[in-house]
Design a protein around this ligand. Structure first.
Ligand code: NAP
Ligand code: MG
Length: 451
């Protein structure tokens, strides 16, 4: 079995990737379990040094990794470079962790009581196709830092940068077996991470539907699980905001990465009293978005990841869809889809379901209470933005919106030093931030009797 990677910008051949079967996945998991024992025994400073060397190898390969991502996923080259450098940064950040997994000494009678953060063993990381190498790093870097081995299953559509990261790990001197990238089908390799008793935790990023199945599967062994799932996040623009700035920046909060972003603010809630003024500025901004050849340095938005995904995005739109206006995109071969602004009713499918493409639903609201009600009227709760000049309103609304990652007067993207994850059906657990390595450990309490 194999998968043919095609460049989504022009439909040319990129690579043929061999798929592992379940037996090969089992062999890799066994090798990882073996490698983990030695890795956990290393002095913390030596594990830290090994991760810094891995980061340095990623740093010297940034151009190459960026080119691979642009060819495989269609990401604009400037964005791909940022993604590769983000992988380096995440590795550098967590290279400080092995020496800082500090336990507690708890006062008790009759002896000494201390806690240890013990590694889990082998961790299975399953990634989606939208941000292949960055999401992989959010799992493997803190997991390795905490003394675990990692097996990584990239999405079938986008394996190339993850496979390169596997090579770079070895070239940097990480032990054989410690970090392995296993291309294959979700239902084969990913499924083994869930069912194999040697894998002690699964970190899954992807659709809510598959995430629920993984959680149910992990329950069988009480296996640890972190889930980063879908979203239908709201960008809320109040009448007291800098409406011009909110309109000028809104396209990038939902059309970046062609809308293939779990944090995309795909619902745009605008207070009715400034609706027309906002839409005027928003239309100008949408039409100015540079959609085109991802190899071009000036390009802001590339194609969708595959022709199959374009079909899925297009299925949300038909002749009856209330389209307000659209941006532009190239014609001819490639998975192109123009940025699209729609004005549906609140309950319409296009306003409630995750599309994962460059489509935004604009919905007017009346007042603060209405905005909060509407923002929370979804099974998801991942991210969101709030635009207001009223400090009190910024505080009230950011505390009231049910979402894991909010920003006021910006569309803050992910930072590796702050926690990331979802409320409700957007996920379970958190990634990134200072605590991430702890999520790859078990707390052990030991009492040493004094007599
Ligand atoms: P997906 O179908 O859920 O796939 C995600 C990953 O799971 C892929 O590697 C896939 O492998 C694998 N997989 C599929 N079935 C599996 C199974 N039965 N057992 C184990 N693994 C399995 O999602 P997608 O289509 O790649 O990505 C789009 C979705 O991801 C969107 O809904 C989006 O919101 C979500 N997402 C969320 C976040 C977040 O941080 N919250 C980030 C990015 C994306 P194959 O590729 O071989 O099918
Ligand atoms: Mg899928």
């Amino acid at each position: 079995m194999s998968y043919t990677v095609t460049n989504p910008a022009d439909e040319t051949f990129v690579a043929e990737v061999e798929h592992l079967d379940a037996a090969a996945a089992d062999a890799a998991i066994a090798a990882a379990a073996q490698a983990q024992i030695e890795w956990a025994r290393l002095a913390p400073a030596d594990r830290a040094r090994a991760l810094r060397r891995f980061a340095a190898h990623v740093d010297s390969d940034i151009e190459h990794l960026a080119g691979l991502e642009t060819a495989n996923s269609g990401h604009p080259i400037s964005q791909s470079r940022w993604e590769a450098s983000h992988v380096r940064d995440v590795l550098e950040y967590y290279s400080a962790s092995p020496e800082r997994l500090i336990g507690q000494q708890i006062p008790v009678a009759g002896g000494l009581d201390v806690t240890f953060h013990e590694p889990l063993g082998v961790v299975g990381v399953i990634t989606p196709w939208n941000f292949p190498m960055t999401i992989a790093a959010w799992g493997f870097a803190p997991a390795l830092a905490a003394g675990n081995a990692v097996v990584l299953k990239p999405a079938e559509w986008t394996p190339l940068t993850s496979m390169r990261l596997g090579e770079l790990a070895l070239e940097s001197g990480l032990p054989e077996g410690l970090f392995q990238v296993l291309p294959g089908r979700g239902s084969v390799v990913g499924e083994r991470f869930v069912t194999s008793p040697a894998v002690r935790k699964v970190v899954f990023t992807g659709s809510t539907e598959v995430g629920k199945r993984i959680m149910a599967g992990c329950a069988e062994q009480v296996k640890r699980v972190t889930l980063e799932l879908g979203g239908k996040s709201a960008n809320i623009v109040f009448a007291d905001a800098d409406v011009e700035r909110a309109a000028a920046t809104a396209p990038y909060s939902v059309f970046d990465n062609a809308g293939q972003d779990c944090c995309a603010r795909s619902r745009l809630l605008v207070q009715r009293s400034v609706y027309d003024r906002f839409m005027e500025g928003f239309e100008r901004a949408v039409q100015a978005v540079k959609v085109g050849d991802p190899a071009d340095e000036a390009t802001e938005v590339g194609p969708l990841v595959t022709l199959a995904h374009r079909e899925s995005v297009a299925s949300f739109i038909d002749d009856s869809t209330p389209i307000a206006f659209r941006g532009s995109c190239p014609e001819g071969p490639g998975a192109w889809f123009a940025p699209t602004v729609v004005t549906p009713e609140r309950g319409d499918r296009i306003a409630t379901e995750e599309i994962f493409g460059p489509v935004v639903a604009v919905l007017p609201f009346e007042d603060e209470a209405d905005a909060i009600r509407l923002a929370n009227d979804t099974e998801y709760g991942l991210s969101g933005s709030i635009w207001t000049r009223d400090l009190g309103r910024g505080i009230r609304v950011s505390r009231a919106v049910e979402g894991g990652n909010l920003s006021v007067n910006s569309h803050s993207s992910v930072r590796y030093s702050t926690p990331f994850g979802g409320f409700k059906q957007s996920g379970l657990g958190r990634e990134l931030g200072p605590d991430a390595p702890l999520h790859f450990t078990e707390t052990k309490n030991v009492f040493f009797a004094a007599d």
